[in-house]
Design a binder for this molecule. Structure first.
Ligand SMILES: [Mg+2]
Length: 93
């Protein structure tokens, strides 16, 4: 039950990103940069949660982790699209 709740939140975040940015077809390095930026935001919230004990930190950490998971899914879908385009040209990604 808990897992399904988080999966739905990740999918909702993917839909939010899609409506904000459209289909994202970044290159591999750009995807890792985006993921690293989101992971950095999650790390900052974890540090705040651990050392500052702000009441809202754990909620912000959860939200940042959901964004990390959504970016991973977006990157994987983008790689799938890029592989299909490359294959159509008889190439490998
Ligand atoms: Mg973020």
């Amino acid at each position: 039950m808990l897992m399904e709740r988080y999966i739905e939140k990740v999918l909702a975040e993917c839909r939010r990103q899609d409506s904000k940015w459209g289909v994202q077809n970044h290159n591999l390095v750009e995807w890792i940069a985006i993921l690293t930026e989101e992971t950095g935001e999650a790390a900052r919230e974890a540090v705040d949660c651990h050392f500052v004990h702000s009441e809202s930190s754990i909620e912000r950490l959860e939200e940042e982790l959901i964004q990390v998971a959504a970016v991973v899914l977006q990157a994987l879908q983008s790689i799938d699209r890029q592989k299909a385009l490359a294959a159509a040209d008889g190439k490998n990604l």
